[in-house]
Ligand binder design. Sequence first.
Ligand code: PGA
Length: 256
Amino acid sequence: MARTPLISGNWKMNLNHFEAIQLVQKLSYELRGHDFDQVEVSLHPPFTDLRSIQTIIDADRMPFRLGAQNCHTEVSGAFTGEISPAMLAKLDVDYVIVGHSERRALFGESDEDVASKASAVFAHEMTPIVCVGETLEERESNQAATVVETQLMGSLKLITNQQLGNAVIAYEPVWAIGTGVTASADDAQEMCAHIRRVVASIHKDASELVRIQYGGSVKPSNSGELMNMPDIDGALVGGASLESDSFARIVNFKEA
Ligand code: PGA
């Protein structure tokens, strides 16, 4: 089954809206139309940049998908400081990252929260990128597969089988995020195959459709090897997505 790879740039809390516009313009200069023939590319700027990026993507007909890094579950209400999925949908956001390990570790998000967010994102006709991944301690004590399975079962429990097939799952081992240490292509493949088996235990057909990204220190030098693995359908890129040259080379992994 051919799954279109999805390469996503997670800018985290970086770049104001002027800097964001510059990066998108540089990226669109470096990437050619045919670069998008076989991959989908999503950009996940901070909330304050979304409107600016949406406007230039739209005006210049750039083939980027717009993404967000988080959202609330409710449509509106007394939730000071939060952003609703309806607001994101109105800005033509297609993909919303939910349950990133930084949100789990620094902002106390549980699998329950992630499940509600994934469901809310689908309810507004966007696609969640559901993040899972083990810590170094969990890997060293041979618990990685169990931890990831528990996160998946908890985080995917509120979506339908059809939504499951349309979801994106990002396997991001916590020890590889922002550290420069990448999981080996074999280790990443092994976990992504495990993730697909867990999805198959929920719904067989969905497991063939669901796209599974790898994330954690993806760079131009390792993206090709990772993306050639049979169960890896893209990358969630942090640091290397802040620089147009490196992100463009990752998008062009087939030519690397
Ligand atoms: P990194 O971040 O590429 O800087 O390791 C990945 C992520 O956190 O999504």
